[in-house]
Design a protein around this ligand. Structure first.
Ligand SMILES: NC(=O)c1ccc[n+]([C@@H]2O[C@H](COP(=O)([O-])OP(=O)(O)OC[C@H]3O[C@@H](n4cnc5c(N)ncnc54)[C@H](OP(=O)(O)O)[C@@H]3O)[C@@H](O)[C@H]2O)c1
Length: 512
């Protein structure tokens, strides 16, 4: 872009104006969404004052800078920036990316009082993207990272009352409520929890109860049994209060904690639905890891799953990661420009451009049938059976009906000296375990709305609509699912197939 053009864009973009010179701390940048937010900020908000990354050390890289340089800066998410201007990218990283070694779950992130106060004083905003997104996490771990540690984020705001806090939550805090879901505080669908006059729910007593139950389980079990009991406890408690799993329950609790701690301050909660590969930026299809829906796509591609519980007419709410990153940046700019308010935005597709589970499956199957060979990391051959979604009752009936004869055959074969598990039984296990984890999400009974996010985008104006698009109506689901998402999965999320085939050994033997 020519200099004059950049200046014009900057002067007419409210977002760039609000973020100019500002210093923003981001957590969770070793993860999928955090990387896309970071890339977009570096590429599109060149006048940002500084980006601070809170990163915990790991065995290979005990300090944040080392982990950033080895695990984040090397990611293909930055290919576009590197290709456009490597020198500028490197000097941006050198001068404006500050890495802080810290554990978000520890008080003051494990820093000294002085260091934490200094950090709080330097910042204008925090984006908290760190979370455990494991639906069936052990309750103690999920409670720590998704709920309790938000008090450490709030502490920064107590030390610096001007700080804008942006919490990345999820549309699925909606839990088992059905119908239209607006951008507001969510009422639990299960056992009641006291509500404050400010609209949020009072969770202290409930958290104490959960902690007592965790302590009780810890006193009675150890090792793997303890882990399993803590997973079961999480699901049981989530179900009791109206959520399908521990992840969404603890994320909802986290929202309440922040709303109480930051009353009267700047708090923005951004709730994405199911985040999938990029629609356009930094590259169409960019994705990291095998996400929620992809675990099922992968199992189908490898012919492990053909039957799944689901409601074909239900709206499956998927949103490309670049639209989520844009929603975060847009609402961050608003929070900095117009501080002192609580806001909730949903970043989703269901209300404005719905795709049903049936259409989703049909697009993927059509592409698998027509072009499976183009996705060599995903499909090893053309799937021979269709992927069929049936209602839960029928699914359970079929699965239990098939399991009994299969386990008998498996036992008989093992008695006859065949030590390998029956392939069909293994596939049934995979199907059942995926159905347990994701079954709730494939039978949706709710539609997420994002009218407030769309209104924010309209308020920010035409230039920001182009720089930071959030409108899911631009998605052509057939093109996105068939040509962008599958290609992205194949290219970015899945490794090249390792073929240690017997054939190689045989041909080597022949050659010898
Ligand atoms: N993915 C989705 O479909 C989806 C949908 C809706 C909302 N969200 C929300 O979006 C945010 C980002 O999700 P994502 O998909 O990017 O997740 P992700 O790829 O799993 O990344 C999670 C991030 O959180 C950090 N983290 C996890 N446990 C931690 C702990 N105990 N202490 C410190 N850091 C910890 C991880 O750091 P380490 O590398 O150090 O573990 C990583 O940077 C989350 O808040 C999630 O709830 C995600």
């Amino acid at each position: 872009m020519a200099m004059q053009q950049i200046n014009q864009t900057e002067s007419s973009s409210k977002v760039l104006g609000h973020l100019r010179g500002k210093r923003v701390l981001i957590t969770g940048t070793t993860g999928f969404l955090g990387k896309v937010v970071l890339e977009k900020l570096i590429r599109t908000v060149p006048d940002i004052g500084g980006i601070y990354l809170l990163i915990r050390g790991n065995k290979r890289h005990p300090d944040a800078r080392g982990r950033f340089l080895n695990e984040i800066a090397t990611s293909s998410v930055f290919d576009r920036l590197r290709e456009a201007d490597l020198d500028s990218f490197e000097s941006f990283i050198e001068e404006r990316v500050h890495c802080i070694t810290g554990e978000v779950t520890e008080p003051r992130f494990g820093m000294s009082e002085e260091a934490c106060a200094k950090l709080a004083g330097e910042l204008d905003a925090v984006i908290n993207s760190a979370a455990s997104v494991n639906f069936r996490e052990e309750l103690d771990k999920a409670l720590t990272i998704n709920t309790l540690c938000l008090d450490n984020i709030a502490e920064l705001a107590r030390q610096n009352p001007q700080l804008a806090v942006l919490q990345v939550s999820t549309c699925y805090v909606n839990g088992m409520n059905s119908g239209q879901v607006t951008e507001s505080v969510i009422k639990p669908a299960g056992e009641s929890i006291p509500r404050s006059s400010d609209g949020y729910y009072e969770i202290e007593e409930l958290v104490r109860l959960l902690e007592d139950k965790i302590a009780d389980v810890r006193a009675r079990y150890s090792g793997k049994t303890l882990e399993k009991k803590l997973v079961d406890l999480g699901i049981r408690e989530a179900n009791r209060y109206g959520w399908s799993d521990t992840y969404t329950f603890t994320k909802w609790l986290g929202e309440q904690l922040l709303m109480k701690a930051l009353q009267g301050r700047s708090l923005t909660i951004v709730r994405p639905s199911i985040i999938e590969s990029a629609l356009e930026e930094p590259a169409p299809g960019w994705i990291e890891g095998v996400k929620v829906a992809d675990a099922i796509i992968l199992a189908y591609a490898r012919e492990k799953v053909t039957l799944f519980p689901g409601k074909r007419s239900g709206i499956i709410d998927v949103i490309p990661v670049d639209l989520v990153a844009n929603a975060i940046i847009l609402s961050l700019a608003e929070a900095i420009g117009e501080p002192g308010r609580r806001r909730i935005y949903q970043c989703c597709s269901g209300g404005s451009n719905p795709v049903s589970l049936g259409q989703f499956i049909d697009h993927l199957m059509a592409e698998a049938k027509a072009n499976y060979a183009a996705y060599d990391h995903l499909f090893y051959r053309q799937p021979s059976k269709p992927f069929v979604a049936v209602n839960r009752r029928l699914f359970d009936l079929v699965v239990s009906g098939v399991r009994l004869p299969l386990s008998i055959s498996d036992k008989v074969l093992k008695l006859l000296g065949n030590s390998r598990d029956l392939k069909m039984l293994k596939n049934l296990d995979t199907t059942q375990s995926l159905a347990t984890i994701f079954g709730f999400y494939t039978a949706p009974d709710y539609i997420f709305r994002n009218d407030d996010l769309m209104a924010l985008s309209a308020r920010m104006g035409g230039v920001d609509k182009v720089l930071f698009p959030v409108d899911a109506r631009q998605i052509d689901w057939e093109v996105y699912l068939r040509k962008i998402h599958l290609a992205g999965l194949n290219r970015y999320a899945l490794k090249e197939r390792k073929v240690y085939s017997l054939r190689a050994t045989k041909s080597q033997q022949k050659a010898a």
